[in-house]
Design a protein around this ligand. Structure first.
Ligand code: PLP
Length: 635
């Protein structure tokens, strides 16, 4: 298990148990050993058609599968809040922290509802960046969280601004953050028309720039935010309109995964200066919103040296923010503002685990025994290469062997292309070369494990921006993995593979796929820390849709856990529908054709109609991933 450094990136939520399986400590602390949840048990339980969970129905879910642990989510939220509370208390800061969750990180209904519920005692709010996001945020917060902020970011049109203003009419704590200067006119006009006094925020373009991948948001050339010139103009316009008291919040976001507290403090201090200037110019400021950027340590190195790691804890992050704001405000004798942050990655990443299965692996050192190499029919040159290869192999000259293998293969491929060699002769050469490579110990030790997954649907950031996540087997961790592998997905796309892993490795230590007592020969892998962004960004390349999802709580019951929600992944019909197809009509068309053919071929033993009836409904209704059913009984 130490091979995968689970304790480094997984603490305090993920560790291994004495059965060699990953165990989950949803509350982030060790209470009693039997209160940990064995992840393999969860997977077996929810994929078993006979199990009932807490739901009273056969689950039988297909893989891939996302297992969500709301207790982990709660712990992350509470840890963030208590880190700020502690910093505020110990530093004598004269206001409070009141965060929001940016819903774009994962808009799943139950995640949002959980966050609003778990955070209600400390007024935790939501951030929206589009019209559907503001609609969901408003409907969630109006169930009772009226003091929580609803921060409205993103590009805005009249409809968006009207929604945000309606939010205030509904007595929600909506703040319209101007990301572009021209949004101000919309806000002023619509608030007059709707007779609603807005609360306005400004997103500032800071000079402080973070140099990692996620830093392109920041700096003068960043996509969003107002320059100093624009800020001064906005203040002037608001003053002229008699609305300067509406300007109450200053927002910035220097990018996700801020690597160090030094950079963070620099950015926060710059923003705090701007905040104090807005106070001086007469705005009725009350909140500094430091955006997202609170990072997580994907590689467990705590070095902050790449986008994969951050060199601080939650507590250190909060302490740095509070100290910077306090220092600047004290210097300028400005009342301490409420501190808001928009942490997404740090809140939702840990609580979702993606489980998928390796279904087959290329064999190592496969030497064909049924194909012979006979010298007849090969060119003089090829025979010469063969003699040289044979000589080098006898001398044990490994380097020369590799050169002659290449030469012989290349020459024979040319012969095949010219039509002078048959496929059997080419196969004879390929088989011979493989045997030699194996004999001299030069075979590629990295195997390709085929996984029942689409990288484009479930790990889009790996494909899009080379983001790495910890990927480990969730069982057999008490056995030494004897192979190394890369993971190849189901899509017909050469980019659909994972060949870079945490720690700069180009392959992953993996166990051989064999019949293993406790898991019936199945080999399950987990991708951890992927709860933010991946689900929202994933697409349906090759029409592989969303995975199954379960929500698992710790419980005193016989399994130590309880499944409180279980949703089967998107079926083939669902993904077809998403691309404007009409599965019901498709079904009818195929069924109709089968009926017609059956009428015409009356004496056929197995009628097309009967076959269609057994295949079609199943295929439309099932998930598009490989079904691991081994029997053909369904026919
Ligand atoms: N706020 C804004 C404006 C953002 O653009 C983002 C992400 O890019 C976030 C918050 C969330 O950032 P993170 O996931 O790093 O917390």
């Amino acid at each position: 298990a130490s091979l995968y450094r689970i304790d480094a990136w997984g603490a305090p939520y993920f560790t291994t148990n004495t059965s060699g399986n990953i165990s989950v400590r949803p509350h982030g602390s060790y209470t009693l050993p039997n209160q940990d949840i064995d992840l393999l048990n969860v997977v077996k339980h929810v994929t078993d058609p006979k199990s009932t969970g807490g739901l009273g129905l056969g689950l039988g879910l297909g893989l891939p599968l996302i297992v969500r642990f709301p207790d982990v989510l709660k712990n992350r939220l509470e840890s963030l809040q208590s880190s700020f509370d502690f910093a505020i208390q110990t530093q004598g800061y004269d206001s409070h922290y009141q965060g929001v969750y940016p819903v774009k990180c994962n808009q799943d209904r139950y995640i949002i509802e959980d966050i609003v519920e778990f955070g209600s005692s400390f007024r935790f709010g939501l951030e929206a960046g589009s019209k559907p996001e503001i609609l969901l945020a408003m409907s969630c917060l109006c169930k009772g969280n009226l003091e929580a902020f609803l921060v409205c970011n993103g590009f805005k049109d009249a409809e968006y601004v009207s929604l945000a203003l309606l939010g205030r009419k509904l007595e929600l704590n909506t703040v319209i953050v101007l990301e572009q200067e021209d949004e101000l006119d919309l806000v002023v006009d619509l608030s007059k028309k709707m007779n609603i006094k807005p609360v306005i925020g400004l997103r500032a373009k800071l000079r402080t720039k973070h140099s990692g991948h996620f830093g392109s948001t920041s700096g003068e050339k960043g996509k969003f935010g107002l320059t100093t010139v624009q800020i001064v103009r906005v203040v002037k316009k608001l003053r002229e309109k008699g609305m300067l008291d509406c300007l109450q919040l200053l927002h910035f976001h220097i990018g996700s995964q801020i690597p160090s507290t030094a950079l963070l403090s620099d950015g926060v201090a710059e923003a705090a200066q701007l905040y104090c200037e807005l106070v001086r110019l007469g705005a009725c400021m009350g909140v500094i919103d430091i955006g997202g950027g609170l990072g997580i340590d994907y590689d467990g190195s705590k070095s902050g040296e790449s986008d994969l790691s951050v060199a601080y804890s939650l507590e250190e992050y909060a302490a740095a923010v509070v100290a910077s704001v306090r220092f600047v405000c004290d210097q300028k004798s400005v009342k301490h503002p409420v501190i808001c942050s928009e942490s997404g990655r740090a809140i939702v990443s840990h609580h979702s685990v993606l489980i998928f299965e390796a279904v087959s692996a290329g064999k190592q050192h496969e030497t064909p025994t049924d194909i012979q190499f006979l010298l007849e029919g090969y060119s003089e040159e090829a025979r010469g290469d063969y003699e040289n290869l044979y000589g080098a192999a006898m001398r044990g000259d490994r380097d020369s062997c590799l050169i002659y293998v290449d030469q012989l293969k290349q020459r024979c491929v040319e012969g095949f292309k010219e039509g002078s060699l048959s496929i059997e002769q080419l196969a004879g050469v390929d088989g011979l070369c493989e045997s030699v490579i194996k004999a001299i110990g030069a075979s590629d030790p990295v195997l390709t494990y085929n996984v029942n997954l689409s990288v484009f649907t479930s790990i889009p950031d790996f494909w899009g921006i080379d983001q790495l996540f910890p990927i480990v087997p969730i069982h057999r961790l008490d056995q030494r993995p004897m192979a190394r592998g890369i993971l190849s997905d189901l899509t017909c796309d050469s980019d659909g593979k994972i060949n870079k892993f945490i720690g700069g490795e180009s392959s992953l230590p993996l166990h051989e796929l064999d019949t293993n007592g406790c898991s019936n020969g199945r080999y399950y892998l987990g991708m951890f820390l992927g709860g933010a962004y991946e689900e929202a960004l994933g697409g349906v390349h090759n029409l592989f849709g969303g995975p199954s999802v379960v929500r698992v709580l710790q419980s005193d019951g016989p399994h130590g856990f309880e499944v409180t929600r279980a949703v089967m992944g998107q079926s083939s019909a669902d993904v077809l529908r998403a691309m404007q197809h009409e599965p019901e009509l498709m079904f009818q068309t195929l069924q109709h054709r089968a009926e017609e053919l059956s009428k015409a071929q009356r004496n056929n033993k197995v009628s097309a109609e009967k076959l269609a009836a057994s295949c079609l409904a199943r295929s439309f209704n099932n998930m598009p991933y490989l079904s691991m059913e081994t029997s053909t009984n369904a026919l």
